[in-house]
Design a protein around this ligand. Structure first.
Ligand SMILES: [Zn+2]
Length: 250
């Protein structure tokens, strides 16, 4: 399941794009060029990073021209991402955390024993040193403990329900910048433990999504109808993630 902050446009270079004016322009942001065997150019905007993937035969000048032509689109993406980054998890005392679909006030308390307690309005982190870095480590340990307690057991149960338990080899945890979950063809399911901040229904949807990949590796109609058999409201969860997931990033 891919995090939607990775936005891309696949665009063909304009055949009539040879204007010297455009070629002489320099875009107001940096971009990275990645050349490969691909046949078309594509721009990826992820967080505040712009990456152009281009065929090997395209010149630097043509790439710059391509970027200049699409700079309005890229700038609007960068602006949108900056707005999203401002909404990211803020672990300072008095900051905000988006937990189980509610925005709670972070309260950091110094204590020899780590703990996290939530109320209707507060997310209280007791941690060894009263600062954001220490609170972040406490939160990380807390989320990993929860992820290990919940995700493997539910994943195995659903795999058994799908009669796909023999295909499930292992469940592992990793924090990545782009994925909530991932399922390999060898039957290894990987989860991002930050998903434990999301509402339970979203967590269940993510498990359902990855376990369904044990049977269907792509996102075809067949895949979604399998998801639907155990998660009939999946469309609303996909929508929720698209709208809110940037708020769960640490
Ligand atoms: Zn998927």
């Amino acid at each position: 399941m891919t995090h939607s902050n990775n936005t891309a446009i696949a665009l063909q270079a304009h055949p009539d794009a040879a204007s010297a004016k455009v070629a002489a322009m320099v875009p107001p942001f940096e971009y990275e060029v990645l050349r490969s065997k691909r046949k078309t150019m594509v721009v990826h905007v992820r967080h505040q990073h712009v990456q152009v993937r281009a065929p090997k035969f395209v010149s630097d000048k043509d790439i710059r021209e391509f970027v200049v032509r699409h700079q309005q689109w890229i700038l609007s993406k960068l602006e949108h991402k900056a707005g999203q980054d401002a909404q990211r998890l803020d672990l300072r005392d008095g900051g905000r955390i988006f937990y189980k679909g509610r925005s709670l006030r972070v309260c950091i308390v110094q204590s020899g024993t780590e703990s996290i307690v939530t109320t209707d309005t507060e997310f209280r982190i007791a941690t060894r040193i009263a600062n954001a870095a220490s609170a972040g480590k406490t939160l990380q340990r807390w989320l990993i403990t929860q992820a290990k307690a919940v995700l493997p057991a539910r994943t195995r149960a659903l795999a058994a329900h799908f009669k796909a338990d023999s295909r499930l080899k292992e469940v592992v945890f990793r924090k990545t910048k782009t994925k909530w979950g991932h399922c390999t063809s060898s039957g290894r399911i990987q989860y991002n433990w930050l998903i434990m901040l999301a509402p339970d229904a979203i967590i269940d949807y993510m498990i359902c999504h990855e376990v369904s990949h044990l049977l269907v590796m792509n996102h075809s109609a067949k895949f979604w109808s399998l998801v639907e058999t155990v998660c009939p409201d999946y469309r609303s969860y996909v929508k929720w993630l698209r709208k809110h997931e940037h708020r769960l990033w640490l």
